[in-house]
Ligand binder design. Structure first.
Ligand code: AMP
Length: 193
């Protein structure tokens, strides 16, 4: 199996690139942000818990997030691998993911971090708000909070996998195809090795 973590700040292009990568590598895309938005849309108890937190740009508690992710993985056992997008976002989430994969004698193959400057992120998210309808994309102070939460709580995830020799960093600016080709090169060289 190939178990990829597509990593980077909000607006770094994870969702866009994941959609292209799943086609090329035949993997299942799991975005915890999308899963939460679907729970909110369906007005589930989990959605109700996540809704307020998400509109502030803070993180949903690990216990809730990990439980939801676990259900999604366990419901899709017959895949060639996963692309995790927006997960893990904290060190306890890394530990939970390692535990979950190890139950199937699997492990994280690679974490690819998309590097994008803050200024570009704000521009991209405000632009995305026009079509995404996401309240957390439309307000600059919420975007700034999401970036702060990313730096404080989520950047350590990339270092966690770096210590295991599994992190690679890729320039996340340029055209969608340029970034896609950088990602594909990293994946191809890891899978071949
Ligand atoms: P995203 O679509 O990845 O930008 O996520 C939108 C929001 O969902 C985040 O700002 C968090 O409030 C919540 N969220 C998504 N993934 C996670 C996660 N792995 N851990 C905690 N909260 C998350």
């Amino acid at each position: 199996m190939v178990n990829l973590i597509l990593f980077g700040p909000p607006g770094s292009g994870k969702g866009t690139q994941a959609a292209k990568l799943v086609e090329k590598y035949n993997l299942l895309h799991i975005s915890t942000g999308d899963l939460f938005r679907s729970e909110i849309k369906n007005e589930t108890a989990l959605g109700l818990k996540a809704k307020h937190i998400m509109t502030t740009g803070e993180l949903v508690p690990d216990e809730i997030t990990v439980g939801m992710l676990r259900n999604k993985v366990l419901a899709n056992p017959d895949v060639e691998g996963y692309i995790f997008d927006g997960f893990p976002r904290t060190i306890p989430q890394c530990e939970a993911l390692n535990q979950l994969l190890s139950e199937n004698s699997e492990e994280v193959t690679l974490l690819i971090e998309l590097e994008v400057e803050d200024e570009e992120i704000v521009k991209r998210l405000l632009h995305r708000a026009k079509t995404s309808g996401r309240a957390d994309d439309a307000d600059e102070s919420i975007i700034k909070n999401r970036l702060e939460v990313y730096k404080a709580e989520t950047v350590p995830v990339s270092d966690f996998y770096d210590k295991l020799g599994k992190t690679v960093r890729v320039h996340g600016q340029g055209t969608i195809d340029e970034v896609f080709s950088r990602l594909s090169n990293e994946i191809d060289s890891t899978i071949v090795c």
